[in-house]
Each structure stands twice: as C-alpha cells, then as structure tokens.
Design a protein around this ligand. Structure first.
Ligand code: COA
Length: 348
C-alpha cells in the first residue's frame, strides 16, 4: 500500500489519503509605505527600486497591536475557514511558518489556537524555514493527511519583517514588507474530485547560511542593551549571492517537483506561484524554466517580499479574482535564508 523512495532531502509517499486545499485567506496591514516614502529617509529613489526589484510599495504592521503575526493569521484564518465552510474546531493541527514570531515562547501556533477559539486541543507547531516556510508547512500537512494522522490542517505564512529590517540600510529595507497568507488543507475522500497535492519537494543547503542571516537574538548572541541600540541586530544580506542562488534553486526544485508529479513537462502547469523576492528573479526563473510569463503569478509590486507569506497571499488573490480555477495544475516554489528551498505541484 505504501511506496517509499528516498533521495537527498526529498521523499515521495503514496499515502492512504489524498490531501487538497479546502480554502485560503490573507491579511495585509493597513499602512502602505511607497518607494517615495522610503526615499525621504534613505538615499534611494522610486526609479532605482522599481528597476532593480519591481517593487513599488509594501505594507507595514502597526506596532500598537492588532497586526502582529498571530493577529494577521487570525484574520486570514477566519477567511479561509469561511471559504472552506469549516469551523475553527474542525482544525486538527496548526502549522505556523514564520521567522518573526510574536514571542520566542510560546510559539505562534498555540497563540493562534486561542485567538481562533479552538477548544479541541489540536496540535500546534511553528516552522522556521525562512521564505520557504509556508511550503515546508504545506508539504508537512500533506504528509500528515496522507497517513491519516490528521484531517484538517491550517497552514500559515505570517511575517512582520519590518521589526527585523534595518530601515537605514538601503540594500535590504527596500525589499521587504509585512503580511500573512493561509491555506486550509484537508482530506479529499470524494473519488470524483480530482483536487490533490500531487508532489512535494523539500531541500536545503546550509553552506549558504552567510548569504542571509541575523547574528543576534539567539542563544549564541543574545541581544544586550548595546546590541539593541545598534544596527547589528538586524537582518544582513548578500543580495548578489541570494539573487544567483534564487534563480538556480527555484528552477531546479520546480523541475524536480514537476517530474515527481508525473507531468510530461512544465507546459502542463496552468499557474506558477514562485516566492516573490525580486521581479527580476521571477523573470529569470520563468526564462530558465521556459514557462510562459503570463502563467506566473506576481504580486511583488504592491507588497514586496513578505517571506513565508508571499506564496499563500499571491495564491489567495489569484483564487479570489478568478484566475485560478478548480481542476487547474499549480506549481509553488520557494527559496530562502538557510538556504532552504521547497516546491509543490497540486491540482487545485
Ligand atoms: N537605492 C539606490 N542605490 C542603491 C540601493 C538603493 N536602494 N541599494 C544599493 N544601491 C547602489 C549600491 O550602493 C551600488 O552602488 P555603487 O555601484 O556605487 O557601489 C549600486 O546601487 C548597485 O548595487 P548592487 O547591490 O550591485 O545592486 P543589485 O543590482 O545587485 O540589486 C538587490 C540589489 C538587493 C536589489 C538585488 O541584489 C536583489 O534583489 N538580490 C536578491 C535579494 C533577495 O532575494 N533576498 C531575499 C531572499 S529570500
């Protein structure tokens, strides 16, 4: 009944059950910050940011409350529950992907459990896989459902990067924004319903950890009063290296997921939703994959890079505006700090 085949960092599993996306949701903070707004405080311009990244604006969470990662997730989850026609207590497991959690302890998933009013004692865990976090969560949810261990899983990508970015560093701050996207994943027991997660790939290359990192805030280097007052606590990035790795990794992992799904080629994919890091990365990846640019879903212009939230937000928007329809084949691919990477092929 089970078919296992192990490779380096990847696995295929023919499970007892099929998993499908039941509903999606998103939340973006109210505050909009444009490139021109940034140009008032750092040496940059709308023209430079637009040409190099495709980004025009981003959303920034309120620090007064109501828009922290679990707040955004609560709002997005209620939308997904409504779309899936489920109630909060139908959720068996919460998988919360973030590297900007509300607190170090407890995790975001347990905070969200309470905010959603869940009283069934469901499992609740966080995943730290940077920008690949949502797909790590989705692929984990798929495995839990395939084995029969869980029935309905809420997968979240929610980030408040504005807290971790040095707003005086023009090389990084222009790229990032805040937001949250969620997907409810559930068991598909209807033989006439073709919706199914078909293939998943997870990978990582720890040798690239120095391309995107934060030195302070963990056990090795706690944040002292001196560090808190300095710029050293913020996210540090080697943009050029990340760019090269991104294009190569996104293309490679996408192709291996398409192959694992048993498709004849990438032409069969109806929509490609890549992690939104830079418009030029997405163009170069589409070119490398020889996928029609019209099939690539892009929302980076209005929301920038929201890390684990980029794929579920872009997905929800394209479902809501009717571009993505039930029965279509979708490809999701991500890469991020670590360097983590992940890809999923599904029939929506
Ligand atoms: N505004 C104006 N000038 C800027 C600038 C800004 N915001 N940021 C950098 N510059 C300047 C640099 O100082 C440099 O000037 P110099 O030639 O006088 O030294 C010049 O522009 C070119 O900088 P460079 O860093 O080479 O630009 P780039 O084309 O590599 O673009 C990034 C920089 C960050 C936009 C790009 O490398 C990138 O997007 N990388 C991927 C990042 C990523 O995806 N991270 C997240 C992964 S999950």
């Amino acid at each position: 009944m089970f078919n296992y085949s192990f490779g380096v960092g990847v696995y295929y599993f023919m499970g007892l059950y099929r998993a499908k996306i039941l509903g999606t949701g998103l939340y973006y903070p109210q505050k909009v910050v444009t490139n021109d707004d940034l140009a008032r405080s750092i040496d940059t311009s709308d023209q430079w940011i637009t040409e190099r990244t495709g980004i025009k604006k981003r959303r920034i969470s309120s620090t007064d409350g109501g828009e922290f990662p679990t707040d955004m997730a609560m709002n997005a989850a209620f939308i997904a529950l409504k779309n899936a026609n489920l109630s909060a207590n139908d959720i068996n497991c919460i998988i919360f992907a973030t590297f900007t959690p509300d607190y170090r302890l407890p995790n975001c998933a347990t905070i969200l459990q309470t905010k959603l009013g869940i009283t069934n004692g469901c499992a609740a865990m966080d995943i730290a896989a940077a920008c690949s976090g949502f797909l790590y969560g989705l692929n984990t949810a798929n495995a839990f459902i395939q084995t029969g261990m869980m029935k309905n899983i809420l997968v979240i990508g929610s980030e408040m990067l504005s807290r971790e970015v040095d707003w005086s560093d023009r090389g990084t701050c222009i790229l990032f924004g805040d937001g949250c996207g969620v997907a409810l994943v559930g068991r598909n027991e209807d033989a006439n319903d073709s919706s199914e997660i078909l293939a998943t790939k997870l990978g990582a290359d720890g040798s690239g950890r120095d391309f995107l990192y934060q030195t302070y805030g963990g056990s090795v280097n706690p944040i002292t009063p001196e560090i808190a007052a300095s710029r050293e606590r913020y996210l540090t990035m080697n943009g050029k290296e990340m760019f090269k790795v991104a294009v190569r990794t996104l293309a490679e992992i996408s192709l291996s997921a398409v192959e694992a799904a048993g498709l004849k080629g990438i032409d069969e994919i109806d929509w490609f939703i890549p992690h939104q890091a830079n418009h030029r990365i997405l163009e170069a990846t589409a070119d490398r994959l020889s996928i029609d640019p019209k099939k690539v879903i892009i929302n980076i212009e209005d929301y920038a890079n929201t890390s684990a939230a980029t794929i579920p937000t872009a997905f929800h928007q394209a479902v809501s505006d009717g571009r993505i329809k039930r029965g279509q084949l979708l490809l999701f691919s991500a890469f991020g700090g670590g360097l983590t990477s992940a890809s999923t092929v599904l029939r929506y």
